[in-house]
Design a protein around this ligand. Structure first.
Ligand code: TRP
Length: 332
């Protein structure tokens, strides 16, 4: 257990996860928990950087937590907790603020994009978001961080801050690396198949949510954008919609793209779309069932949250003690 590398990742509780989150990230996390000391965090404090409706945030936090477990993150194997339950995150974040430059944060692409999107609320939290993320990672001495391409710049910042601190004092933090698993599927929007599938898409037909009913899933696949070629063939350049559906089918069944082409040769897109819907519905059915069970027992869920928050806090405190000592804070 001790020699295993530590892997840390976080996910925001800003709505039901999409099929893209599942095939691209969460499903892989499930496999990582056997190989690594895995830590998964529902980052509710990060969600505060844009205005949330309190009762929705509360509900979505339970939901995100239950979904992680329902997707196969096993609380016996991995540490799964809610960020705000471990006060070390904000504490370390404040300290690290003093080792992060205004210029660095100003260069963050996500900050620029989000400032445009939330023009009326460009708050300090939005600006400081990457420092909280660095604290999440460094607090647990994480070696590996599974992330999507959009978080690379933030991870780079976490590495720089860790190095800066280690050099200023003495080795204190593990310097984390990105973990880009084998082929975490990059699921695209069903309506604009050149863009990533995203729950913030204004057209809800573009994404499949993990809690969508079988009927809704089928409808969304039926209305997925394709082309007029009518051949199930893998050609991401010219047939992005079909390529996306083939990748989804492949990610779930494990069949090769060639095998899928052969299987659906001579069949129309209608039949193929229904087949994709079938495998997705089949994959999500046990997850949805487990999710309902977990959500019907909030007390049970809270007990797991609490136990894991306590374990996480113990790890966090160790790092914080070291940090405080090195920078000259008095501890009694
Ligand atoms: N910023 C990440 C995102 O929006 C979520 C996140 C917060 C995270 N803290 C993290 C991811 C630490 C990896 C490690 O996707």
């Amino acid at each position: 257990m001790e020699e295993k590398k530590i892997i840390f990742s976080g996910i925001q509780p800003t709505g039901v996860f999409t099929l893209g989150n599942y095939l691209g990230a969460i499903r892989n996390w499930k496999n990582l928990q056997n190989e690594y000391n895995s830590i998964f965090c529902v980052v509710d404090l990060h969600a505060l950087t844009v205005r949330q409706v309190p009762k929705d945030l509360r509900h979505q936090t339970y939901q995100a937590y239950a979904l992680l477990l329902a997707c196969g993150i096993d609380p016996e194997k991995a540490l799964v907790f809610v960020q705000s339950h471990v006060s070390g995150h904000t504490e370390l974040s404040w300290i690290l603020n003093n080792y992060t430059y205004f210029g660095e944060l100003s260069r963050m692409t996500q900050f620029k994009v989000k400032s445009q999107k939330h023009e009326d609320n460009i708050n300090a939290g939005l600006f400081d978001y990457p420092v909280l993320m660095a604290a999440d990672i460094l607090l647990y001495q994480a070696n590996l961080v599974p992330i999507g391409a959009d978080q690379k710049q933030h991870l780079e910042l976490a590495r720089d801050v860790a190095d800066r601190f280690n050099n200023a004092y003495s080795p204190t933090f593990a310097v984390p690396e990105g973990y880009f698993g084998k082929s975490g599927a990059r699921v695209k929007s069903l309506q604009e198949p050149t863009k990533k599938m995203s729950k913030s898409d204004t057209n809800d037909k573009g994404y499949i949510l993990l809690l969508d009913s079988p009927n809704v899933i089928r409808k969304k696949f039926r209305s997925a954008v394709t082309d007029s070629d009518a051949r199930v063939a893998y050609d991401p350049e010219n047939k992005a919609g079909i390529a996306n559906l083939m990748e989804i089918y492949q990610a779930i069944t494990g069949e090769s793209l060639e095998a899928i082409e052969t299987k659906f040769e001579g069949q129309g897109y209608g039949a193929f779309k229904d087949a994709v819907a079938d495998v997705v519905i089949g994959e999500l059915e046990p997850i949805q069932k487990r999710f309902e069970e977990l959500m019907s027992d909030k007390k049970g869920l809270e007990a797991i949250m609490k136990e894991h928050a306590e374990k996480a806090s113990r790890m966090a405190v160790k790092t914080l003690r070291k940090v405080k000592k090195k920078i000259g804070l008095v501890q009694v």
